[in-house]
Write a protein that binds this ligand. Structure first.
Ligand SMILES: Cc1cc2nc3c(=O)[nH]c(=O)nc-3n(C[C@H](O)[C@H](O)[C@H](O)COP(=O)(O)OP(=O)(O)OC[C@H]3O[C@@H](n4cnc5c(N)ncnc54)[C@H](O)[C@@H]3O)c2cc1C
Length: 359
């Protein structure tokens, strides 16, 4: 008879690999499925690094989650000796009236997080590498930094395996449903697997499995530029091999099929979309070295969706990470496992329910 897993992870990328790790740590029998071998470049987690910010510009409801996420990233680094988190600090520069900047300040006040706020003249003196228009100000968050995203996934996958997780990689999940006894049947192009519970963490192409979700896949590019020595060394801008990574959160191309996520340089704007930023704020940077294409799973309000499939208590999903989800992968994994075990949660996940889009 086929093994019945305690938990099946469908999509072992950022959130899925963390879920697999925390489930294995809790002694659950688990199966991790992925259409490729994670980490890889088909999903949303490649390109070496992801920022982690605590005083959250997207809204203070994320702060308790991101603080727990940071604790878990630190714990992972301590337990595995793998350098995943790098505390470089994060500098936010924006017009004074920017709601993002104001949300950072509100989040910091509400949760007593240390930030430093500079008016434009102080900021220009402190960071002469940046050109700042008069109406700008700067907020520095020293405790934040960046995470090595592919290294983190590699670490989660290896550790989960060491703790007994089963892997079914290079396998495409086609459908997920409950049988009459409440077991989850996960049908793939290889076999059908059975679990007491499952999490769907497939990122951009979630609508293949949950067609009615209000998710828009977006093609995004990110580029690496030759870093002037002064920029790379003086402010600890995370330059790697003399290159700094620059991306633009807004914009990108709405897509409907995997094939439409064309490689970097397929579109003229891949090279030019960042130019206005370079010309206005980062005049010391010019030479493009290379770029990659990646993708977002954009929700209508750009906030996460963390929920159960309607009417199915044992099938959870995470979606709509909308280009800012990597930093939360650790805490989302821990939380999905706690939910699968019917434990009381430490966080209020009600802002992230799918039902907010019903009205
Ligand atoms: C350019 C760029 C920059 C970003 N910068 C930041 C940042 O600075 N900070 C931050 O916090 N976030 C950032 N993000 C967002 C963050 O990377 C994503 O929100 C996060 O990686 C998404 O995680 P995920 O687990 O949902 O998806 P993924 O990591 O893509 O994992 C999904 C997995 O599911 C698998 N899969 C898909 N379909 C199937 C199927 N049918 N069957 C089996 N397996 C399947 C895929 O192969 C993949 O491994 C950025 C994203 C991009 C693209």
């Amino acid at each position: 008879m086929a093994e019945i897993y305690d938990l099946i992870v469908i999509g072992t990328g950022s959130v899925g690999s963390s879920t697999g790790y925390y489930a294995a740590k809790r002694g659950l029998s688990i199966l991790e499925i992925d259409s490729a071998t994670p980490p890889h470049t088909n999903g949303s987690h490649h390109g070496e690094t992801r920022m982690i910010r605590h005083a959250y510009g997207e809204g203070s409801s994320y702060v308790p989650l991101v603080l727990r996420a940071q604790e878990l990233w630190n714990e992972l680094k301590r337990d595995t000796q793998v350098d995943i988190f790098h505390q470089t600090g994060v500098l936010n520069i924006a017009p004074k009236q920017s709601s993002f900047l104001n949300n950072i300040i509100t989040s910091a006040e509400k949760y007593e997080l240390p930030i430093e706020v500079y008016d434009v003249s102080e900021a220009r003196k402190k960071w002469p590498q940046f050109t700042m228009p008069d109406q700008f100000r700067a907020v520095l968050e020293k405790n934040s930094g960046y995470l090595k995203s592919e290294l983190a996934i590699d670490t989660y996958v290896k550790e989960a395996k060491r703790l007994g997780a089963h892997e079914q990689f290079n396998t495409q999940v086609i459908s997920v449903d409950n049988d009459d006894n409440g077991f989850v049947h996960v049908t793939t192009n290889a076999d059908t697997f059975i679990g007491k519970s499952a999490v769907i963490t497939v990122g951009t192409w979630v609508k293949d499995l949950i067609p009615n979700l209000p998710i828009q896949p977006v093609r995004k590019v990110v580029s690496w530029f030759e870093a002037p020595k002064q920029l790379a060394e003086e402010i600890g801008f995370p330059a790697n091999k003399g290159l700094i990574k620059i991306g633009r959160h807004q914009g990108g191309q709405y897509i409907t099929k995997r094939e439409e996520r064309l490689d970097f340089d397929a579109l003229n704007e891949d090279r030019t979309e960042i130019e206005p930023l370079l010309n206005s704020v980062l005049k010391t940077v010019s030479n493009l070295d290379h770029g990659v294409a990646c993708s977002y799973d954009l929700s209508p309000d750009e906030h996460f969706i963390v929920d159960n499939l309607p009417g199915k208590k044992n099938i959870q999903f995470v979606s709509g990470l909308s280009g800012h989800g990597f930093k939360f992968a650790s805490v989302l994994g821990e939380t999905l496992v706690a939910k699968a075990l019917n434990e009381t949660l430490d966080f209020d996940l009600s802002p992230f329910l799918l039902s907010r889009f019903n009205s």
